[in-house]
Write a protein of this length. Structure first.
Length: 88
C-alpha cells in the first residue's frame, strides 16, 4: 500500500500558501509535487480547516466500515433466501 507523504494538515497549509502567493507552479516546485496533485488536493480539501479535514477522514473511515457491514448483511440475506426457496 502506498504511504502518504503529506498529512491533511500539511496539505491544507500548502493550499493556503498557494492562495497567499498566487503562483501554483512555484508552490508545487517548492514542495516537490505535481500540479495535478495540487489541483486534486484543492478539489478535496479546498476551503477546509484542519479540524474539517480530520472530521472528513473519520467520516470516510466510518463510511467504509458501514459499507462492509451492509455487504456482509446483503450476502447473508441472499444465502437465507436461497435456502428458503429450495424445496426439501
Amino acid at each position: 500500500m502506498k504511504r502518504k507523504r503529506f498529512s491533511e494538515e500539511q496539505i491544507i497549509r500548502i493550499l493556503k500558501e498557494a492562495e497567499a502567493l498566487g503562483t501554483v507552479r512555484e508552490v508545487c516546485r517548492q514542495h516537490n509535487i505535481t500540479e495535478q496533485t495540487f489541483y486534486r488536493w484543492r478539489n478535496k480539501y479546498g476551503g477546509m480547516d484542519v479540524s474539517d479535514a480530520r472530521r472528513l477522514k473519520g467520516l470516510e473511515k466510518e463510511n467504509a466500515e458501514l459499507k462492509k457491514v451492509v455487504a456482509k448483511l446483503t450476502l447473508d440475506n441472499r444465502m437465507l433466501k436461497d435456502v428458503v426457496s429450495k424445496k426439501w
